[in-house]
Design a protein around this ligand. Structure first.
Ligand SMILES: Cc1cc2nc3c(=O)[nH]c(=O)nc-3n(C[C@H](O)[C@H](O)[C@H](O)COP(=O)(O)OP(=O)(O)OC[C@H]3O[C@@H](n4cnc5c(N)ncnc54)[C@H](O)[C@@H]3O)c2cc1C
Length: 373
C-alpha cells in the first residue's frame, strides 16, 4: 500500500490551495482528481471573477487555475489525475480506482475537496436529450468547444444562470429566455443587464411546465408560478427551443465524508447536507478535513481560503507546523473569509454560515477546541 502524509481529494481551487498550504509547511502531499485536468471548475470559468480585488475579482477563473497549478508544482506536490477516490476506511485508508487498476493509500491526514454537484428539476420531458445542467453546458462550450444547442432556455437567474447564459450568447447560441421561479433576478444586476442588453427576455415568477419533442427537446412551455410555486393554468408561453439548461443550485458532493462516518447537518443555505467541521476545517472524524463547496456551497474565493486553512491545520496536526505558526498563518485567511461572507452574496448574507456556526457548535460540543489548538 502507498503512503502519504496528506492526501487531498479533488484538485479544484480548494484542493490545490490546501495542497499548497500543506506543502509550504513541509508536508508530503498527494492530490488525487478524477478529471483528466486539474483545476476543478476554474478551467471552464472564462469570465472575470466578481467581488473584491483582494479576492481576485477581475481575474479569469482559468488564469487563477494556472497560477494555483504553478504554485503546487513548484512546491513538489504529487498530482494524480484520471483517478477516482471511491472509499475511505478506518479514517485513513483511501481507496482509488483509475482506468488500469485499483490501489490504496495510507494517509496520516485527508483533506476532502470534492466540490458540489448540480441540482436537477423535474418537469414533463425533463429526461429528453437537450435538458442538462448549466455547468454541463459550460463544460461543453469552454472545455470541449462544443455548442450544446442552438436555442436555449436557461432556468435560474442566479449568477451561474446569468453567466452561462451570456457565455452561450458569446459562443453563438440564441438564448430564448431566462426563467426564474423567484419574483426577482437572483444574480448580480451587472450580469442581468448584459443579458437584457443582448435582448434576452428574463421571466421572473416563471418556471418550466414541460419540454416536448420526439427524440430530443423541440419545444419548451413555461408558465407563471404563484407564491407557493404552483403553475398558473392559462399563463403558458410556448418557446421554440432545443435545449434547457438548469442553473437551480448545487449540492455538496459529500459521499466520501458519509462513507468515512463524519457527522452531518442539513443546512439548506449551504446546499443541503454538509459535514460538520471545526474552526480548523476538521470533521468529526479526527484527521479528516473538508474545504470548498463540499463543506457548504459558496464561491471559488471562499473555497481557496478554506483550502489554505485545511492545508495549514492538517500540516500542523501532522507535526509540520507549530500551533503558534499555524494560528499566525491562518489569521489572514480567516479574516478574508469573514469579509467574503459578509458580502451581498456571501453565505452569511444568506444566513447559511451563521446558521452553520451556531448549529456546528451545538453538534460539535467540546471537540470544537481540539485539532491544532
Ligand atoms: C458558471 C459558474 C460561475 C462561477 N463564477 C464564480 C466567480 O466568478 N467567482 C467565484 O468565486 N466563484 C465562482 N463560481 C463558483 C466556483 O466555481 C466554486 O465555488 C468552486 O469551484 C468550488 O471549488 P472546489 O475546489 O470546492 O470544487 P471544484 O472546483 O468543483 O473541484 C472539485 C474537484 O474534485 C474532484 N473530485 C470530486 N470527487 C472526486 C473523487 N471521488 N475522486 C477524485 N476527484 C474527485 C472533481 O473532479 C473536481 O476537480 C462559479 C461557478 C459556476 C458554475
Amino acid at each position: 500500500m502507498k503512503q502519504a502524509e496528506i492526501v487531498v481529494v479533488g484538485a479544484g481551487p480548494a484542493g490545490l490551495s490546501a495542497a499548497a498550504a500543506a506543502a509550504q509547511a513541509g508536508a508530503q502531499v498527494l492530490v488525487i482528481d478524477e478529471n483528466a485536468e486539474p483545476g476543478g471548475q476554474l478551467f471552464k470559468q472564462i469570465h472575470k471573477f466578481f467581488g473584491a480585488s483582494e479576492h481576485r475579482a477581475g481575474q479569469r477563473g482559468v488564469d487563477i487555475g494556472h497560477e494555483l497549478l504553478e504554485e503546487v508544482e513548484g512546491l513538489g506536490v504529487d498530482v494524480v489525475l484520471d483517478a477516482s477516490v471511491w472509499g475511505i476506511y478506518d479514517g485513513s485508508t483511501v481507496a482509488v480506482a483509475s482506468q488500469e487498476y485499483s490501489w490504496r493509500v495510507k494517509a496520516d491526514r485527508i483533506v476532502l475537496a470534492t466540490g458540489a454537484t448540480e441540482n436537477g428539476l423535474s418537469f414533463r420531458g425533463w429526461t429528453l436529450p437537450g435538458v442538462m445542467g448549466a455547468g454541463c453546458a459550460q463544460t461543453m462550450m469552454n472545455v470541449h468547444r462544443v455548442l450544446p444547442g442552438q436555442r436555449v432556455v436557461m432556468v435560474g437567474s442566479g449568477n451561474v444562470g446569468l453567466i452561462v447564459a451570456y457565455q452561450l450568447l458569446q459562443a453563438g447560441a440564441e438564448v430564448v429566455a431566462v426563467v426564474d421561479a423567484l419574483p426577482r433576478v437572483g444574480g448580480y444586476p451587472v450580469h442581468a443587464a448584459k443579458i437584457a442588453r443582448a435582448g434576452v427576455p428574463i421571466y421572473t415568477s416563471y418556471s418550466v411546465k414541460e419540454a416536448d419533442g420526439d427524440e430530443c427537446v423541440e419545444k419548451v412551455t413555461i408558465w407563471r408560478v404563484d407564491d407557493r410555486w404552483q403553475g398558473v393554468p392559462g399563463s403558458e408561453i410556448e418557446l421554440d427551443a432545443d435545449t434547457v439548461t438548469l442553473a437551480v443550485g448545487l449540492s455538496p458532493m459529500a459521499e466520501l465524508a458519509w462513507v468515512a462516518g463524519c457527522r452531518f447537518l442539513h443546512i439548506p443555505e449551504l446546499g443541503g447536507h454538509v459535514p460538520v467541521h471545526s474552526a480548523y476545517m476538521e470533521t468529526t472524524v479526527p484527521g479528516i478535513y473538508v474545504a470548498g463547496d463540499v463543506s457548504g456551497v459558496e464561491e471559488a474565493s471562499c473555497a481557496m481560503e478554506e483550502g489554505r486553512l485545511a492545508g495549514l491545520w492538517a500540516a500542523s496536526a501532522a507535526g509540520r507546523l507549530s500551533v503558534a505558526a499555524a494560528v499566525a498563518a491562518a489569521a489572514p485567511h480567516e479574516a478574508s473569509l469573514a469579509r467574503l461572507r459578509s458580502g451581498p452574496f456571501g453565505a452569511a448574507a444568506r444566513g447559511g454560515k451563521l446558521a452553520m456556526d451556531g448549529r456546528r457548535d451545538e453538534a460539535w460540543g467540546q471537540t470544537l477546541t481540539r485539532g491544532g489548538a
